[in-house]
Design a protein around this ligand. Sequence first.
Ligand SMILES: *Cc1c(COP(=O)(O)O)cnc(C)c1O
Length: 228
Amino acid sequence: MVRMGLEEVARRMRQAEQSVGRVAGATKLIAVSKSQPAEAVREAYEAGQRDFGENYVQELADKAAQLADLMEIRWHMIGHLQTNKVRQVVGLAQMIQTIDRPRVASEVAKHASAQAQRMAVMIEVNVGGEEQKSGVAVGEVGGLIEVVRSHASLDLRGLMTVPPFDLDVEQTRQVFDELRAVRDAHGGVGQLPELSMGMSHDFEVAIAAGATMVRVGTAIFGARARTV
Ligand SMILES: *Cc1c(COP(=O)(O)O)cnc(C)c1O
């Protein structure tokens, strides 16, 4: 069942790429496995999926331990990050997508350095303004980029956003276009190659707007046991 979900999402991704003239495979799929059992992740891995997103540090730690035999798995932290959990995440994740304030950037840098790692990170941007709870304000992105770049143990890959949930397609498209504009205002694709945007209900819109990563949960795994 997970395999079918993955195949269907991949098919829709290729179709969305093609319909706007993007190269097939230009967008990477992050399978969001929060509140799904480790066995579902294993099933997806066996079907060829390698990148997985988790929102909660403890859940990530539990699953990573249960799936330690999957040598090529890559975990992406996509949930709000508390500074007291940073050390653990740095040891587990291959990418942290939710850097949203200088303090978190410094904390990640400190632990990455202590663990002799260079951590791939994305800055989470609050494009929707005050309706949105997480992410750095658009006007503060430049300052946060400078902070991230000042740490040799951080490898800034791009920008990420989560639009407010109650938007219609047109409003969602505007949010994605704005994230892309923020990227262009800060050096463009050469400086910030990745744009992480789009979820189960809007990943095709995100691909049309230039996403390089979409984060898809329910369209692959089915409904979550609890709402998060
Ligand atoms: C849960 C979550 C997703 C995936 O949501 P679906 O609607 O299940 O595809 C993507 N990104 C973030 C940040 C999430 O919290």
